[in-house]
Ligand binder design. Structure first.
Ligand SMILES: [Mn+2]
Length: 338
């Protein structure tokens, strides 16, 4: 059942857990922390936090429980979570506060506040405002860092994100610089930079017309790797990583590619389901997780993106090719397929 912000407090009965997805990011941590501070209860994360999430938790003093048992709580609210794959198991009863494109959790939720905004932090800000909660500096800082990081430092931010950020600065007295600082102290981390550089050096590139799609494999940091490939010039990028027996793929798309018909949330969901996993996210940034190898998955993701961009399906091989109908672009000569 969809609820209004004002109804949120009455949905929180008994012992409350705000549960973040696996590898929790700053948007999840900042949002869960603000909700916990405002309404009481505990914060939990599935398996652990990502590095950026951990950094934010340190800065605001959030201490999430790792893998708490949802059965120990009367109310479990999933925060910033798009699909069941981001949890180790779905709680029997749960509420949801999330901003991703719907990927299979809304139907099962007892109550939810769901809007396709840039961040969950914007929704939480609105909950706090509409329920008249007092907002401390650490809560505000967490929400601000959540917005900054989920919008790629406002690179992909919509008007709502700017509005919420403006209100947070205006009404809580925190400084924007303070929030940026939390992020800048983040991974200058050598392992991440190496992973991203390896991702670029192993990238396979295909194109149709002027559209370039890159795929790569890494051991970790799929999201950063896919984002880096887009920064380097790909219109759409997919980076696969292995996590035990599971394969995780992150996808990123330039706005122009998304407008041309590449909806990564839809692509990730469709490909994941075909392989018995689940996936979702946003049009321009999404992920999937499936048990098994990455090779065929990457091929299917790439194929789907090329199809949406008007290309004919590619063979399951790593060879770059240019459809004969498409004009040869100057970039074609810079082909670095490996
Ligand atoms: Mn988020």
């Amino acid at each position: 059942m969809q609820i209004h912000e004002a109804q949120f407090p009455s949905c929180l009965q008994g012992k409350v857990l705000f549960l973040c997805h696996r590898n929790a990011d700053p948007d999840a941590i900042g949002s869960a922390f603000a909700l916990q501070q405002a309404f009481g209860g505990a914060i939990g994360v599935v398996e652990g936090m990502g590095r950026a999430g951990e950094r934010l938790a340190q800065a605001i003093g959030a201490r999430p429980l790792i893998d708490p048992n949802p059965d120990d709580y009367d109310t479990v609210v999933l925060v910033d979570t798009a699909s069941p794959a981001q949890l180790s198991r779905l709680p029997q009863r749960f509420g949801l506060v999330d901003h991703h494109q719907e990927a299979g959790l809304l139907d099962g939720a007892e109550f939810y506040i769901h809007r396709t905004l840039d961040s969950t932090a914007e929704i939480v800000w609105s909950i706090l405002q509409k329920t008249g909660r007092e907002i401390g500096q650490k809560m505000a800082l967490g929400l601000m860092v959540g917005i900054i990081s989920d919008t790629g430092r406002f690179k992909h931010a919509g008007p709502q994100a700017f509005l919420a950020a403006g209100e947070i600065l205006d009404r809580t007295g925190i400084e924007y610089e303070e929030a940026l600082e939390v992020l800048s102290r983040m991974p200058s981390d050598r392992s991440q930079r190496i992973a991203v550089l390896k991702a670029a050096s192993r990238a396979r590139i295909e194109w149709v017309g002027d559209w370039i799609v890159a795929t790569t494999e890494v051991n970790a940091f799929e999201g950063s790797a896919a984002m880096a490939l887009v920064d380097l010039g790909a219109d759409v990028a997919f980076a696969a990583g292995r996590h035990g027996k599971a394969c995780r793929i992150s996808g990123r798309a330039r706005r122009a590619a998304a407008l041309a018909g590449v909806d990564l949330s839809e692509i990730m969901g469709t490909v994941a389901r075909a392989f018995g996993g689940s996936g979702g996210g946003h049009m321009g940034a999404a992920a999937l997780e499936v048990m098994g190898g990455s090779r065929e998955l990457l091929i299917q993701c790439k194929k789907a993106a090329l199809e949406r961009l008007g290309g004919s399906p590619t063979e399951p091989s790593c060879t770059s090719r240019q459809p004969s109908s498409a004009p040869r672009s100057p970039e074609a000569d810079l082909r670095t397929d490996m």
